[in-house]
Design a binder for this molecule. Sequence first.
Ligand SMILES: Cc1cc2nc3c(=O)[nH]c(=O)nc-3n(C[C@H](O)[C@H](O)[C@H](O)COP(=O)(O)OP(=O)(O)OC[C@H]3O[C@@H](n4cnc5c(N)ncnc54)[C@H](O)[C@@H]3O)c2cc1C
Length: 485
Amino acid sequence: MDRRDFLHAAALAPLALSGSLDQAGSALSGSLDRAGSAPAAPPPDWARLRGRLSGTLVLPGDAGYAAARRLYNPAYDRIRPGGVAYCANAADVSACLAFARANRVPVTARSGGHSYAGWSTGTGLVIDLSRMRSVAYADGRATIGAGAKLIDVYDRLSRHGVSVPAGTCPTVGISGLTLGGGIGVMSRKYGLTCDVLESVRVVTADGRVLTCDATRNAGLFWACRGGGGGNFGVAVSFTFRTFETRDLTVFFLNWPWSKARAVVRAWQSWAPSAPGELWSSLHLTRSAGGLDVQIVGTYEGRKSALDRLLGPLVAGAGRPSSRSARSVPYLEAMKIMGGCSSRTVAECRRTPRTVYSGKSHMAYGKLSADGVRALVNGVARGGRHSVLMDAMGGAIARVGPAATAFPHRAALFSVQYYQEGMDRTWLRKIHANMSRYFGDHAYVNYIDPDLMTWRSAYYGSNAARLAQVKATYDPDRLFRLPQGL
Ligand SMILES: Cc1cc2nc3c(=O)[nH]c(=O)nc-3n(C[C@H](O)[C@H](O)[C@H](O)COP(=O)(O)OP(=O)(O)OC[C@H]3O[C@@H](n4cnc5c(N)ncnc54)[C@H](O)[C@@H]3O)c2cc1C
């Protein structure tokens, strides 16, 4: 069983879309409000924009419009953009931004389209980067087009025996992931995706194409490492430091639900302080099949060494009811974690779309006995849902909280509350209960449309500097999000 199969095995039955869309209110109205709040302007000359692009502009009524407006989450299919521009290069992006400025058309960048809140579409112009997806490697560096999806990054770099630390889902975009931080199975060893970013090319609101790195446009470079997508400009390419890959041992451990509290207690002490080569994620799930506790993980090393490292976990949690571990080439490990084990890269690209919603916490401390009980009881109550906790620490924690815009360097693990469907009742309840223990910290890449404290929760003490960068590079606020800096 791979990580995605695990989520599917949770049999989180899709809720009827008609009901769920109403409950998605804040996410959807966010996108629609942006259009509604724009002052009246003469009708935009879409044909003129089309004539200026090397790429393709898809308008309502065109063949392909239905596909062009889709995100990963079908709940947002009802949003109808004024146009979707498949940009071919940075000049196209500049032309789109000039059009948006001149016509006062709301503009939204889209790469992988995995925004939890659907904030990579809207009723104005969608700048789609998916045609700019080249992946080039030379001398320890990968230069990746903003529209590349993670499976393409892993696949193309595997031909050179290298990779970048990045997330699990094969169709997540490199852009959204990097701009918000980027937590993945190699992050405890090599850092977040944004930590290995050496430079990024960004088209700013005024249409300039800026190279941002430690010395050029350093403030914008800082903001592009954790400040979140959609705030400062449109990234068109990223250059990352790579690492040489080795085979990974992928493992799965299961316990009966009666052991859930013991597993949470043991895992939270063990996982964040394990060696950087060892990453793990603890999943608590309520599904049609019942309640499950599972730890999935990867280890850059041999199975025999992994068994020794698992010792303290098993001593605290008790012997798993089942366990499996196998050593596989790095690309296959990424496919297993992404839920497309043994499939071709092309098949991985066709990951089925899912109606889902989520909320998050960043856990800066271990849960008390009360906190563990609240979490386990919260999962056991009603519905079909999961809590997914990804170990942090290691290289993530060796970077200072103000060194990049991603502030959660001291977090022990991320906590994702995941629900298939758009009914947020359970999510809101467990999030409110667990805020007592985890406090006010959340991950901008699990963007949460009903989080009132988003500014402090996503950015902590980096919020003020992010606001300055916004004022410098987008003073007229061309780029707007419902939770926009
Ligand atoms: C199934 C699934 C698995 C996930 N797994 C992980 C994981 O393992 N680790 C992790 O850290 N996160 C994970 N995430 C969260 C993911 O990192 C975020 O949802 C991320 O924002 C998605 O990026 P995207 O390019 O696919 O999304 P999009 O929806 O295209 O964009 C997200 C935001 O960034 C903006 N944006 C997009 N492209 C650009 C650009 N080129 N320039 C400027 N702004 C841009 C958009 O306007 C939007 O506001 C997962 C999400 C899902 C749905």
